[in-house]
Design a protein around this ligand. Structure first.
Ligand code: SF4
Length: 467
C-alpha cells in the first residue's frame, strides 16, 4: 500500500529469568514497526549472546533459539530499513566487543549527521561492517577514552544529531537513551523486579507489565547492579515528538507521548467531520489505518459507520498474479468492497494519509465499481508535502502528490467526488499539547533539526528550516 513505512521498534528488559522469551513477545507486539528483520541479544552477566534473522518475529525464533539466548537481561529490535540497505548485516542489535567490554545496541530513529561522522571515522582508519547509521555510535563508543562504559556511551551519543530512541545492553547494564527532541517514543515499564524499556505500551500489555512513565527527551536511564538512575547529559532542545506516530505508525491500543493513540486518532476524525462535512449515507474506513478516525467522523457527523471494505490479513510478500486481467486486482488482493454496503450509497471514505495517491485512486475506483453513487475521500491529517529525515521511510518530495498538486488536482487524479484533509490546526488541536511539542515537518516542510547538505537534494524544492 502507498504509505509512509514504519521505522523500527525496540525492546529491552533488565533482571528477569525469562529475558529472551519476554523480549521475543515484546517484539511480537511491536511487529507493526518493522517487518524486514528481527534480533535479540541477551546477557548472563558475563557475556552477550545474539540471534538475528530476516523476516517476522514468529518465523525468526523457535523454542530452541530462544533457549540458547541465556541471561536475565536482553535487548531486541524489529527493523524496517530507514538508513542503510536492508539485509541481515544491517539487522539489529549490533554487537561489538571493545576496550569498554561487550555492548549491543538497538536504535529507532535516524542520525542526520551519520554520514559526516562516518566519513571522519573512516578517514581515521575505522572499518565499518554495516551501512547503518547506528554503527557510527559504536565506533565513537569504542574510541572513547572515558573511564566507564556509561560515560563512554554519553560521550559518543553526544556527537549524534537527529532522532534516536536507543536501548543498549552491556554485560551487567540496560541503558535507554532518548534524543533531546524526543522524536520517537520510548517508554518505561515494570514486571515484578524487572525493568522494561520499549517503543510502545502495547509491548508492555502483552507481557502483563505495568507502565511507569515515558523515558524523557534527553534522558539516559540506566538499570544495573547498583540500582536504577537517570541522567540528563545533553543540552535541552525544543520538543519535536513525531505527530505521525499518532496519525498512523503506532498501534491504537498504545499510549504514545503520554496519550492514547486510539483517543487522539478518533478525535482527528471528529475534527475532520467538523472541518470537512459532506452530505452522505455511510462512513467507510479504509482498514486498518482509517478505522479510528472513521469512528470519530461518523460519531460527529451522525452517520452510520460500516465496514464497506474488508482487508485480507494474510497477504504474503508475493503472490502469483493471474495472466488474465482482473479489474482492480492489485488492490483487491488486500481490500475487497462489500457491495451490499456500498451499492447506491453516498460514501465517505476515511483514510489516514495520501502519499503518492496511486492506491487511493485504485480504492476510489473500486468503491465506485461496487455501486457507490458518490465517493467522498476524507484524510485525517494535512496534505503530506515533505519527506522525513528522522527515521521514517518516505519517498522523495517530488513523489509526494500533495507537494506538487493542489487539493482539487489530487481529487481529480483520485477520481473522488470531493476530497478533504484535516487542517494542521485540527491535527495539533487533537493531540492537545500545542504546535511547539510536535514535529510536523512532513506537513509544513519546516525541519526542527537540520540535515546534511547531500540530503537536501532529496527535497528537490526549496527547503525552509525552523529558526
Ligand atoms: S517529518 Fe513527519 S514522519 Fe518525520 S518525524 Fe516529523 S512528523 Fe514524524
Amino acid at each position: 500500500m502507498d504509505k509512509f513505512r514504519e521505522e523500527c521498534g525496540v525492546f529491552g528488559i533488565y533482571r528477569h529469568p525469562e529475558a529472551a522469551n519476554l523480549t521475543y513477545l515484546g517484539l511480537y507486539a511491536l511487529q507493526h514497526r518493522g517487518q524486514e528483520s528481527v534480533g535479540i541479544a541477551t546477557s548472563d552477566g558475563q557475556r552477550l549472546r545474539m540471534h538475528k534473522a530476516m523476516g517476522h518475529v514468529a518465523d525468526a525464533f523457535d523454542e530452541a533459539g530462544i533457549a540458547s539466548l541465556a541471561g536475565t537481561s536482553a535487548v531486541g529490535h524489529v527493523r524496517y530499513s530507514t538508513s542503510g540497505e536492508s539485509g541481515l548485516k544491517n539487522a539489529q542489535p549490533i554487537l561489538i566487543d571493545c576496550s569498554h567490554g561487550e555492548i549491543a545496541i538497538c536504535h529507532n530513529g535516524n542520525l542526520v549527521n551519520a554520514q559526516e561522522l562516518r566519513d571522519a571515522l573512516v578517514a581515521e582508519g575505522s572499518i565499518f561492517q554495516t551501512s547503518s547509521d547506528t554503527e557510527v555510535l559504536l565506533h565513537l563508543y569504542a574510541r572513547s577514552r572515558a573511564a566507564t562504559p556509561e560515560q563512554a556511551i554519553v560521550e559518543s551519543i553526544s556527537q549524534a544529531q537527529g532522532a534516536f530512541s536507543l536501548v543498549l545492553l552491556t554485560k551487567d547494564r540496560l541503558i535507554a537513551v532518548r534524543d533531546p527532541h524526543g522524536f520517537r517514543p520510548l517508554t518505561l515499564g515494570r514486571l515484578g523486579d524487572a525493568y522494561i524499556v520499549c517503543s510502545e505500551t502495547c509491548a508492555l500489555d502483552l507481557i502483563d507489565a505495568e507502565w511507569i512513565r515515558d523515558i524523557k527527551p534527553g534522558e539516559v536511564f540506566i538499570a544495573g547492579p547498583d540500582g536504577e538512575r537517570s541522567v540528563f547529559p545533553f543540552p535541552p532542545a525544543p520538543s519535536a515528538h513525531c505527530v505521525f506516530e499518532h496519525v498512523y505508525f503506532s498501534r491504537p491500543d498504545s499510549y504514545v507521548f503520554g496519550k492514547s493513540v486510539n483517543e487522539v486518532r478518533t478525535e482527528f476524525g471528529r475534527r475532520l467531520a467538523v472541518e470537512q462535512p459532506v452530505p452522505a449515507d455511510v462512513v467507510v474506513p479504509i482498514p486498518d489505518s482509517g478505522v479510528c478516525a472513521a469512528i470519530g467522523y461518523a460519531e460527529k457527523a451522525g452517520l452510520p459507520l460500516q465496514m464497506g471494505l474488508i482487508r485480507n490479513h494474510y497477504v504474503g510478500r508475493t503472490f502469483i498474479e493471474p495472466h488474465q486481467a482482473i479489474r482492480h486486482f492489485g488492490v483487491r488482493v488486500k481490500l475487497n468492497p462489500v457491495r451490499s454496503i456500498l451499492q447506491g450509497r453516498r460514501v465517505v471514505l476515511i483514510d489516514d494519509s495520501i502519499v503518492r495517491g496511486t492506491t487511493s485512486r485504485k480504492i476510489v475506483r473500486m468503491v465506485r465499481a461496487a455501486g457507490a453513487s458518490e465517493v467522498h475521500l476524507r484524510i485525517s491529517c494535512p496534505p503530506t508535502i515533505s519527506p522525513c529525515f528522522y527515521g521514517i521511510d518516505t519517498p522523495k518530495r517530488s513523489e509526494l502528490i500533495a507537494a506538487t498538486h493542489e487539493v482539487d488536482e489530487i481529487r481529480r487524479y483520485i477520481g473522488a467526488d470531493s476530497l478533504g484533509y484535516l487542517s494542521l490546526e485540527g491535527l495539533l488541536g487533537a493531540v492537545g499539547d500545542g504546535r511547539a511539542s510536535y514535529c510536523t515537518s512532513c506537513y509544513t516542510g519546516r525541519y526542527p533539526v537540520a540535515f546534511p547538505r547531500n540530503e537536501a537534494a532529496y527535497l528537490q524544492l526549496a527547503l525552509k528550516l525552523t529558526e
